[in-house]
Design a protein around this ligand. Structure first.
Ligand code: FBP
Length: 260
């Protein structure tokens, strides 16, 4: 089995995601966090397990930070400009990601889209290629499209985890609906693939840390977060609070003290 060690610390993981410029556009940004260098600095200073970006940012910004933070290159992406059936085309090869210094590659699939078959075939080839290079693959498994009535339905989330295992993902990134029991069931269905939960849109500090605590208590390997860190007024303080929960098993009251 391919090791995820480069993006884990003591078996846990906290990954900083910054592919939003492609997925959402600058709507998530301000003058500070629209600068990729600002985000790479947070990743390094915050002691993240890795940073996940698209190939364009990796190529231009990673050389300055190589050796300071493991890189995950997201190989596909799409915009929110069109309202077409969800489909995320591959934009970068595994080979190119490896050449840029990637410790792992990432890929999004939309199970339930009428185009899921194309993404499944594409993802399976990526797993094969990445494993031949000896690096792991992280799957963003986001049910979405014509056949998904509710992407946060319990059965749908657990199904997405299982699809990830079946397709060969080493880590599966999922959205969480707040149901701890269902998250345990979901993680059980991911088998030997690790589960990391998505951060989601920016929310109140306590709510976010409570969610993180629930995620870790349910047996997840960690989280892949973006907006709740780099949209925060004090990103590095939020990272410290989150790390306290993920890596030190702290309770929310102790973790939140690090924000004052
Ligand atoms: P967040 O923690 O900001 O939610 O980032 C996680 C992420 O999966 C990003 O990698 C991705 O760009 C975004 O969420 C996808 O969001 P959406 O669900 O709106 O497509």
């Amino acid at each position: 089995m391919i090791s995820l060690d480069k993006v884990l610390k003591n078996g846990k993981s906290l990954i900083l995601a910054y592919d939003h410029g492609m997925e959402h556009g600058p709507v998530d940004f301000n003058l500070k966090n629209c600068d990729p260098r600002f985000i790479f600095e947070i990743a390094v200073k915050g002691g993240f397990s890795a940073i996940a970006v698209g190939h364009g940012l990796a190529e231009k910004y990673y050389p300055e930070f190589q050796g300071q933070i493991p890189l995950i290159v997201k190989l596909n992406g799409h915009t929110s400009m069109t309202k077409l059936e969800p489909y995320s085309p591959q934009l970068c090869s595994v080979k190119r990601a490896v050449e840029m210094g990637a410790s792992a590659v990432g890929f999004t699939i939309y199970p339930g889209s009428t185009l899921e078959n194309k993404m499944f075939v594409n993802f399976s080839k990526i797993v094969e290629e990445a494993h031949n290079f000896g690096i792991p693959v992280i799957l963003w498994a986001y049910p979405r499209g014509a056949y998904v009535a509710n992407n946060l339905d319990n059965k749908t989330i657990a199904y997405a985890a299982r699809i990830g295992l079946e397709l060969g993902a080493d880590m599966i990134k999922l959205q969480h609906n707040g149901d701890a029991e269902n998250l345990k069931w979901t993680i059980a269905n991911a088998g030997l693939a690790k589960v990391a939960v998505s951060g989601g849109s920016k929310v109140d500090d306590r709510l976010f840390l409570l969610r993180a605590k629930q995620v870790m208590n349910s047996g997840a390997t960690g989280m892949i977060v973006g907006r709740n860190i780099w949209k925060h007024e004090h990103p590095l303080k939020m990272v410290e609070a989150l790390k306290k929960i993920i890596f030190d098993n702290a309770n929310v009251d102790d973790a939140i003290k690090l924000l004052s």
